[in-house]
Design a protein around this ligand. Structure first.
Ligand code: SAM
Length: 178
């Protein structure tokens, strides 16, 4: 199943770090791309692309001005649209209704005020607790859930085939350069 992230309303300089972290979490948990709206940010794109090249895997980042265009396009291609929001229904109430046979998941996370249309257009508005926190945390918990925690396993690392990788160890840091 292909997993794509749509990050809404990127603001410079305020969201530089947090959008980077959204991208890093997405990649580490097996998503294949992040699309962001808001302000275009060349340095965000180059730092995410550089990291993906070094640590491996297929992960891309792209900018799109119009979020509705992306949502409609992905819907048409059979993706289930999930919007992560504290106002949504708790994940345990929705988890089993997420289609296992969909071609993919488009996961929307906000930044600034999320337009009300997003709540309407999404197939599911899902809360990771009904308390305010962060798009990074919400995404990590949700991806852990939909991937059945596979990315947490040692074997998941094999798919990245990067120039560098970590050899897990009980103590210290072991980095292998390929
Ligand atoms: N004021 C914003 C709004 O209009 O929703 C929320 C800002 S919040 C810092 C940024 C994003 O984090 C939200 O759009 C949502 O995607 C995510 N988020 C924060 N808390 C969440 C929660 N409890 N469950 C799911 N997602 C959450």
């Amino acid at each position: 199943m292909k997993i794509s992230i749509l990050r809404l309303g990127h603001r410079l300089p305020r969201d530089e770090r947090i959008t980077t972290h959204v991208a890093l979490v997405a990649r580490a948990f097996g998503a294949s791309e992040i699309i962001y709206t808001g302000q275009h940010d060349g340095s965000l794109e180059s730092s995410v692309s550089r990291l993906a090249k070094e640590w491996g895997g297929e992960f891309s980042i792209k900018y799109e001005k119009n979020y509705e265009k992306i949502i409609n396009e992905y819907k048409k291609n059979g993706f289930v649209i999930v919007h992560l929001t504290m106002y949504g229904l708790p994940l345990p109430e929705i988890g089993s209704r997420l289609k296992a046979d969909c071609s993919g998941l488009l996961i929307i996370v906000g930044g600034e005020q999320v337009p009300k249309e997003v709540y309407e257009i999404a197939d599911f508005n899902i809360a990771i607790t009904s308390q305010p926190h962060s798009e990074v945390a919400a995404l990590a918990v949700f991806l852990d859930h939909v991937t059945n925690s596979e990315p947490l396993k040692r074997s998941f690392n094999d798919q990245f085939k990067g120039k560098i990788r970590i050899e897990p160890s009980e103590r210290g840091k072991k980095i292998i350069k390929n």
